[in-house]
Design a protein around this ligand. Sequence first.
Ligand code: PHB
Length: 385
Amino acid sequence: MKQIFTTTALAAALALAAGNASATVKVGFMLPYSGTYAALGQAIENGFKLYVKEQGGKLAGQDIEYFQVDDESNPAKGPENANRLIKRDQVDILVGTVHSGVAMALAKAAKDSDTTLIIPNAGADAITGPLCSKNIFRSSFSNWQPSYAMGPVAFEKGYKTAVTITWNYAAGKEAINGFKESFEKAGGKVIKELTLPFPNVEFQPLLTEVASLKPDAVFTFFAGGGAVKFVQDYAKAGLGKSIPLLSSGFLTDGTLEAQGEAAQGLLTTLHYADGLDTPRDNAFRADYTKNYPKMAPDVYAVQGYDAAQILAAGLKAVNGDVSKKDPMRDAMRNATIDSPRGTFKLSKAGNPIQDIYLRQVQGDQNKSIGVAIKDLTDPARGCKL
Ligand code: PHB
């Protein structure tokens, strides 16, 4: 039979002959494009694509083809959504997601199909703990990490008691556990743990309870649209002046414009901050702003950008041949990532070992006011790699 090659098919055939399994690498984004975390998903995708664009649109000589699924931050739909990318689109690399519960389903699907997964946000401790796996990487954090850094800061400020408030799901619970562990180790006491279902925003009854408990401080985990409303409601309830509000930095990242005056002065801990003023971060921020003028460069954009950097390190080691899974993954695990947040390496479990900044809201910025903990490594409890 006569073969007719289109230019791309010919290029693919030549790449195959040269030893590359495919001329394009298929990247599947499973992210929230709707709901309370929609802006976070968009920022991650923006960051990822920006890094690829900076490399001339290719990684290790390979074109990148993108696929997208909106996971709606809905864990019940997690397995089905993951399989849209794995089985239907046959992606080489999965990038997702934001919500810890959805990420658990995605990690399982990635493991079952031996697909390489880079998590650009969701902090579920178990994924780089008991469920750690050679094919799974995180460019973000474990839920324990940023919150653990706030405990000693709070105690040193003289706060002896704290009440916690969060959504009742893995990310909230694990963030609270991280804070509680270090705050109580320092000598403080968490006197009450308040929760509401994800992604509800009826905070009023909980804030009334806080007012009657009169703790020295409140510690929270909220993010995205819910974080905007929480900060506004906290101020409206008149608590802002009497009971200091502390949080991991998700509370105020990508949200400051909407939170306005209510967020001013808040202290948070996170692995990224405004005002780092390093050449690397300044270059990233300038390019991000140029490409996405309507969005401020935030932690989610950085995590997406670094997910692409982790992939690039793997592809480079195998000359773009994604079928060479083991050497590609070894290179990803051992890479040194030149991140806008500061250079980092991954732990054996695949989670960034990174500085956690102490930040304060000043105007429209989460200004770095120092490093709360240097080179913080997630304990990876239960990981046997
Ligand atoms: C999570 O579900 O792991 C999560 C979601 C949003 C954040 C951080 C963590 O900003």
